[in-house]
Design a protein around this ligand. Structure first.
Ligand code: C2E
Ligand code: CA
Ligand code: CA
Length: 760
């Protein structure tokens, strides 16, 4: 996505630059063309005006030449000499028409017209163009432009010689269309000539014509003007054509350039896409496929750096995976990996035999170093660590490559191997024992290593890896207790007592090693379907047995006198969690379970109050759940204790209600707020389960009659929820909403679910 838009942006930029360049070229071509056009037209007009002058000059000379021929005519001179006006007039007319003169006039030496071809209009009057006559008298002849009868004329004046001048003959030629046609033909310009006494000439449309107005020299001071005009449209034609060609050419260039830009933009973004794809591969966990960018530029460097990063991530991930599956001290596989391999081997064996029956196929040995703690304490941790490393090494040397040696924690090792027969497994165990015949020498101490080994085999002793391990563990405890060195698991042995014993031993360390964890399960208001409470349920993350439920270890804690420690840990943790949620905006009350024995700890109320004050929580944000059987143990003492707690504002609930034998009369005396119907009545609650239905209904009624909040636990289905709602139960708890969750997961669940707390 990002790559595409980058490519598009690059492309737009390139195209914009190209279009601007193109437009710039076209505009400057246009203006240059216009400038040239104007200069050209101005030149054309100037040349035109020179041509006009030249033509007029030439015509004047031709006119005076032909007029001189007339003046030399003998008959004409005779007529002039004899002042025979009719003859003169006819000769003038004849000649005049021969030379295409518009007017021919004879002027005597006194400047008076004696005959004319204009029907005698001028005869007897002084010659109208005195200046022209003077000019002729001075120079022998004259010609000039004049305005005659409001029209521009060329007049020529030559003497009639006999042989001295006896008169002047004058011919006038109108500058008419014929003359102008010549000029047009030669100059390709439009032209008009007019006498200004006829008024101003209409100027042509300025936008279509470029014009030049020019006064022509006249012989008598009258005004004759010429107007030259060049048709701009005509003049522009070649420029238009040129512009069109340039436009076409640059459009072609533009198209080619855009194509080139597209290809360029692609070639730039293509490697980026390859990089992005590479990043995607890394995200999906592929650290092997490198990015191939065959470029030496920055992108090439980037790809190289990326590939290096990729392999660095791969290395680091390998390291992390290694650390997650290996013991840091010995480098041997840890419990996780061992269990994994054991499961894998068992699965393989199952597949190859098709069933779990047949001779033993996968064997494992659990091994515990005797007196290791002693060694550690007397010789120091460093020696202890080194000893463990050496033990691991010896085990590895003793066994085949295909076998697995793991360190499960502390001084516990485990070995897995393929065991075709029982005998084979015992041989492996014997070989391991034999491996420690020779003492381990560390510096200047020599240490005799004795170990207890427990053997268990698949499929004889267990059907899955977890059970197999537990059974090997039991066998190992047997070996230890009996100082036999090696023991094979005996099916049916009281696994329970052994396990309990070892758990009681481990329990000492559980709190110190921070192995306990609180899970939380919501209690929802049935009517509003909102979660307002969370019950804290303790879990033990046991280093060997994994996550353990309280049913398994709380009784042990009670037996061994550790329950007080656990209860205090739970209360402290629960209050802290409650306070944290409050800070985060989750307004929840947290319920904590008390054991029967806790009711004999008279310090408990003070302890709880202190913690609540410290955390700044109202006392009612803690609910203590006590089973009815616990209260019955020493009713009087328990009652005092509960009264004390109640005074301090803490909420109290009777847990597992219905399973004990408390009398109603007794219950009435307890200062409790909540009645919690035991899950055994709720789990199978359906409309047809008559017994449960009766018990649940009457318990709810009973509770309500006593002014108690009634809550049902073990709600697993929508049906039981609906029944409880119908029966008017106040609160409900159960897998229908969720199983108990660790604090973080609980918060996430609550925020995401429709049960989201009322605090929202
Ligand atoms: P409880 O107080 O009755 O707690 C409810 C138990 O029922 C929890 O088991 C819970 O996981 C389970 N449960 C909840 N909803 C359902 C459901 O819908 N169906 C079924 N089948 N079970 C459901 P958990 O967490 O294993 O706790 C077991 C017992 O251990 C508790 O019973 C409680 O008596 C005790 N316990 C838990 N935490 C502590 C603690 O911190 N101190 C003490 N003294 N006892 C605790
Ligand atoms: Ca409870
Ligand atoms: Ca309960």
């Amino acid at each position: 996505m990002a790559v595409r838009s980058f490519q598009a942006r690059l492309l737009y930029l390139l195209i914009a630059i190209l279009v601007l360049l193109d437009a710039g070229t076209l505009i400057s071509v246009y203006f240059a063309g216009q400038r040239t056009l104007r200069n050209t037209v101005a030149d054309q007009l100037r040349v035109g005006s020179r041509v006009l002058n030249r033509i007029l000059d030439t015509r004047a000379r031709q006119l005076s030449d032909s007029l001189r021929v007339l003046a030399l005519d003998f008959a004409f001179r005779e007529a002039v000499a004899s002042a025979d006006v009719p003859t003169i007039t006819s000769v003038l007319a004849n000649h005049g028409s021969r030379i295409s003169a518009d007017a021919v006039v004879l002027v005597n030496l006194n400047g008076v017209v004696t005959a004319d071809t204009l029907g005698g209009r001028l005869s007897g009057k002084p010659f109208p163009f005195a200046a022209l006559l003077r000019d002729a008298q001075n120079h022998g002849e004259a010609s000039a432009m004049v305005s005659f009868a409001n029209r521009p004329y060329q007049f020529v004046l030559v003497p009639v010689l006999a042989p001295r001048p006896i008169a002047w003959v004058c011919a006038g030629f109108e500058i008419d269309e014929r003359v102008l046609t010549d000029v047009r033909r030669l100059t390709h310009l439009d032209i008009a000539i007019w006498s200004s006494s006829a008024g101003p000439q209409l100027a042509p449309d300025e936008s279509k014509y470029a014009t030049l107005e020019q006064p022509l020299p006249t012989g008598d001071g009258s005004q004759v003007n010429a107007l030259l005009a060049s048709n701009l449209e005509e003049a522009q034609k070649p420029f238009r054509k040129l512009e069109l060609q340039i436009f076409a050419l640059s459009t072609i260039v533009l198209i080619v350039a855009v194509f080139a830009a597209v290809i360029f933009a692609r070639s730039v973004s293509q490697p980026l896409r390859v990089l992005a794809e590479g990043a995607g591969r890394v995200e999906r966990g592929d650290y092997v496929t490198p990015i191939v960018v065959e470029q030496e530029d920055e992108i090439g460097h980037l790809a190289t750096a990326f590939n290096q990063m990729q392999s660095a991530i791969a290395t680091r991930e390998d390291e992390i995976r290694y650390q997650a599956t290996h013991d840091a001290l010995t480098g041997l596989p840890n419990r996780t990996l061992f269990l994994d391999r054991l499961s894998y081997a068992i699965a393989g064996a199952k597949r190859s035999t098709g069933s779990a029956v047949g001779g033993p196929s996968v064997g494992m040995i659990m091994m515990d170093v005797d007196r290791f703690k002693e060694i550690n304490d007397t010789l120091g941790h460093q020696v202890g660590d080194q000893l463990l490393i050496d033990i691991g090494r010896r085990l590895e040397h003793t066994l085949r490559q295909s076998d697995t040696v793991a360190r499960l924690g502390g001084d516990e090792f485990a070995v897995m191997f393929m065991a075709p027969t029982f005998k084979h497994a015992e041989e492996v165990a014997a070989r391991i024992v034999g491996a420690f015949d020779a003492p381990i020498i560390l510096g200047d101490v020599s240490i005799d290593v004795n170990a207890s080994l427990g053997i268990a085999l698949y499929p004889a002793h267990a059907d899955d890896a977890g059970t197999l391990m537990r059974h090997a563990d039991i066998a190992m405890y047997d070996a230890k207790r009996e100082h036999s060195g090696i023991a094979v698991y005996e099916p049916g042995r009281d696994e329970h007592t052994l396990r309990r014993l070892s758990l009681i031993m481990d329990l000492r360390q559980a709190i110190v090693r921070d192995e306990l964890e609180l899970y939380f399960q919501p209690k929802a208001d049935v009517r509003s379907e909102r979660v307002g409470h969370a019950e804290a349920l303790v879990r033990w993350n046991h280093p060997r047995h994994g996550v353990m439920r309280p049913d398994e270890f709380i009784p042990l804690a009670e037996q061994s006198g550790k329950i007080g420690l656990i209860t205090k840990w739970v209360i402290r943790k629960a209050i802290a969690q409650c306070a944290q949620w409050r800070r985060e905006g989750l307004d929840l009350a947290v319920a904590v379970n008390l054991s029967a024995l806790d009711l004999f700890d008279s310090e408990l109320p003070v302890f709880i109050s202190g913690l609540l004050t410290e955390a700044g929580l109202p006392p009612a944000s803690i609910v203590l759940e006590i089973t009815e059987s616990a209260v019955m143990k020493d009713a009087a003492f328990a009652q005092k204790m509960l009264a004390d707690l109640k005074r301090r504002g803490v909420c109290l609930a009777i847990d597992d209600f219905g399973t004990g034998y408390s009398s109603l009369a007794h219950l009435k005396r307890l200062p409790v707020d909540e009645l919690k119907i035991d899950k055994s009545f709720v789990l199978n609650l359906t409309e047809t389960a008559a017994d449960d239905l009766v018990i649940v209904r009457s318990t709810i009624e009973l509770g309500h009659n006593m002014g108690l909040v009634v809550i049902a636990e073990g709600v697993e289905t929508a049906e039981s929820w609906a029944i409880l709602k119908r029966l008017g139960c106040d609160m409900a708890q159960g897998y229908f909403m969720t199983k108990p969750l660790p604090a973080e997961a609980f918060k996430a669940w609550l925020q995401a679910s429709r049960w989201g707390s009322s605090a929202r």
